[in-house]
Design a protein around this ligand. Sequence first.
Ligand SMILES: [Mg+2]
Length: 360
Amino acid sequence: MSENLKRILCYDRVHMNPKLQRKIIHVDMDAFYASVEQRDNPKLIGKPIAVGYASKRGVIAAASYEARTFGVHSAMPLITAMKLCPQLIVLPPRFDVYRSVSQEIHTIFADFTDIIEPLALDEAYLDVTKNKQEIETAWKTAKIIRSRIFEKTGLTASAGISYNKFLAKLASDMKKPNGQYAITPDMGEEFIAQLPIAKFYGIGPVTAKKMIGLGIHTGKELRLHSLDDLQKHFGKVGIWYYDLARGIDDREVNPNRERKSVGSETTFEQDSSDRNTIESEIIKMAELVWKWCEESKKRGRTVTIKITWSDFSKSTRSKTLENKVTTFDQLQKTSLELLQSLFPLKNKIRLVGVTISHFV
Ligand SMILES: [Mg+2]
């Protein structure tokens, strides 16, 4: 059977058979780290605050809604944030507290379903196709979960409700903060049609640019392209874009995701050989990886950096330390040392990534 035919049958299978439709809730705490800080220190309520390590090249891990009105957002370099908002109050993260709040919300989730997939401390997918409380709708389930979270933690959460993970995650952003939104199967197509291409799951800034170059700005335009055409331009992942444009995302909510490594990578807007630019991006990626290590309380021994050159060839450099990496400084230092070994560069760099593995 041709791949095309298979996809068409899959589309029919999912859309014609309501039994195969899942009910998924994506729960996302509002400005999580920053809200916890404001909850625990009422003097901070109503003020622009950010959580992050106040180092020279640090980045912001979370920003309060007050800070966001100045344009401050997570993953932004601290220096940039201070320029946008000179009165910004920067607090060091307290991961122990965030982890314990996360445990509290997971205890609540477990009253409704056992199929819970955490994405971060403050974010999870819940499959409530069958919910333990036999609540009639996923909408009502989400309402109850959110109000129980507020009672227990004093913090607000938003929720997205839909028939797959892709749409549930987009939906939770629609009524933030402290709101919820559902994308039902009959709304799916219309919702996707108007969706800007950069909002599609798995489409980063570089792919988005390429899509726009092909005249694809929205889901509606994406849908006009055949599978063959998308595969010609995007290779294997073409099928994924083809499916998403039709509201198909068969990924299950996976409660047992045991990670063996965690990595973060970024593609440059323009290929670069500028040392400062490349180092800054390596540090940014190391920060994201470290945030995950702190959140999950996992510590690894092997640090790997990955480079894609402008001709698309790849290089990796790894170092396994005698003991686990216990501080961000250590991770940063090791990553930069590995990068150093690639100088002088043989070519411009297109992408950099940092990974930590070999958890102990
Ligand atoms: Mg959040």
